[in-house]
Design a protein around this ligand. Structure first.
Ligand code: ATP
Length: 445
């Protein structure tokens, strides 16, 4: 993991946040290459799940919503983690992470072997208390209770709150979904593991609405459809090996307050098996609560029968930052320490190709290479490199996952062809300059 963190910093994927001020614990900034990788993931997601599906539309809602939203959704009451503090050294952690039982379900039984503090070994803990994870702020200048608001802890609620507006404007019929990509904020007790758990992160979420099911098969069919979609995304878009994924069927007594079934997709990160994505059947919990709390009729009217009802909802949810981290972990290859490689899927790579003149001090080569570079820039994000020798440039591009390197040499000036070196196969075919754009496009399919 340290090697990946160090490469991310050295090459401009991810930097420690506010570093010139000594940093800020667990805050990270995406650098020039990181923002490209992250944007490519978000764009692929949007294309695949919003634009290319007839049963989907997207929204982009405010980060700070009316606080009544969080009252109705149950977040004000329930969105908390159990916190314990070591009385000796004041180390704090989530009690469930330390191995205490789930207090809601089991409570601490007599004879329970209390876990020692990982810092000082003491077993003298404060009683667990629920700590609400929402970030609070104030709207306007007066810092008083009436002006309290919260940064959204998930993007999901906006899809429920905007449900009626989306329905009225898009004229979608059930089943259909609303997707959103955006920031969420959680005052995590134990952030850490690089960008895995941070207090500010991005989510890509879908709320997929269905008719109230008559039996379990009806909702389970849609649940399974999204399960397959998520699997395909993981393997085909992110390029993660399926054997690196574990699907955890969350036991009934550990389900979130709104869920009837949840599957966590866990990935074998270098620090252990941990949640990458989730899929949940939220029933009609959210729309029902918002209808009760807002006193607005947000029911769906069946166009055939005229019947009015509250739809049920299946929620597939993807963390953007955890996607970036999983892709980096999967792609990282230092089996040859002299030639560290990122085997990024071409579609996700920050640069689709790099263009080099064979020699920097030959104006005719530089001019031709520059012309090709400018032309490719109209279609793809491409890199320019004229430092050092071609071998060093290959290594440098391999390390940031650039799939193809295009070299313009003296022969190119005569035959109109360039050498295109492949990051993974190391093949170096000659390709006509006039066919280069199509060649790169094909490599992205
Ligand atoms: P965890 O159990 O790891 O705290 P969660 O079950 O609370 O996660 P959800 O509420 O289901 O997470 O959020 C949906 C997705 O958002 C997660 O699958 C994950 O990819 C991402 N996510 C959640 N919390 C964080 C965080 N603190 N930092 C980065 N990504 C996060």
């Amino acid at each position: 993991m340290e090697k990946i963190v160090s490469l991310c910093k050295r090459r401009g994927f991810v930097f420690p946040g506010s570093e010139i001020y000594g940093g800020m614990a667990n805050s990270w900034d995406y650098g020039p290459l990181g923002v490209e990788l992250k944007n490519n993931i978000k764009q692929e997601w949007w294309k695949r799940f919003v634009q290319q599906r007839d049963d989907m539309v997207g929204i982009d809602a405010a980060l700070i919503m009316n606080p009544k939203v969080w009252q109705a959704s149950g977040h004000l009451q329930n969105f908390s983690d159990p916190l314990v503090e070591c009385k000796k050294c004041h180390f704090r952690d989530r009690s469930d992470h330390l191995g205490f039982p789930d207090l809601k379900v089991e409570g601490i039984s007599e004879g329970f072997n209390i876990p020692p503090c990982p810092k000082c070994g003491s077993k003298d803990w404060t009683a667990p208390k629920q700590f609400n994870l929402m970030f609070q702020t104030f709207i306007g200048p007066a810092q008083e209770q009436a002006n309290v608001a919260y940064f959204r802890p998930e993007t999901a609620q906006a899809m429920f709150v905007d449900f009626k507006n989306v329905l009225d404007t898009s004229r979608k019929q059930l089943p259909f979904g609303i997707g959103q990509v955006g920031k969420a904020f959680r005052n995590e007790i134990t952030p850490g593991n690089f960008i895995f758990r941070t207090r500010e992160f991005e989510q890509m979420e879908i709320e997929y609405f269905i008719k109230p099911p008559q039996n379990d098969e009806e909702w389970n069919g849609v649940f399974e459809m999204w399960r397959t979609e998520m699997k395909t995304w993981i393997t085909e878009v992110l390029g993660l090996k399926w054997e690196h994924i574990h699907e955890l069927e969350v036991p009934k007594d550990e389900l979130a307050h709104y869920s009837k079934r949840t599957i966590d997709f866990e990935y074998h990160f270098p620090f252990g098996l941990s949640e990458l994505y989730g899929l949940a059947y939220r029933t009609d919990f959210d729309l029902k609560n918002h209808m009760d709390a807002s006193k607005q009729d947000i029911r769906y009217t069946d166009p055939q029968t005229g019947e009015k009802f509250i739809p049920h909802c299946i929620e597939p949810t993807w963390g953007v930052d955890r996607s970036v981290l999983a892709v980096l972990c999967e792609a990282f290859d230092d089996s040859n320490p002299e030639n560290v490689l990122l085997h990024l899927p071409a579609k996700l790579a920050p640069y689709k190709a790099a263009v080099f003149p064979l020699l920097k001090n030959k104006p005719e080569l530089v001019e031709k290479a520059r012309e090709i570079y400018k032309d490719l820039q109209k279609h793809f994000n491409v890199a320019w490199d004229d430092r050092g020798n071609v071998g060093k440039r290959y290594y440098s591009q391999d390390e940031i996952g650039t799939p193809l390197c295009v070299t313009v040499d003296f022969q190119s000036l005569e035959d109109g062809e360039v050498t295109v070196r492949n990051r993974d196969t190391k093949d170096q075919p000659r390709v006509k300059i006039s066919e280069l754009t199509d060649y790169i496009k094909k490599s992205l399919q």
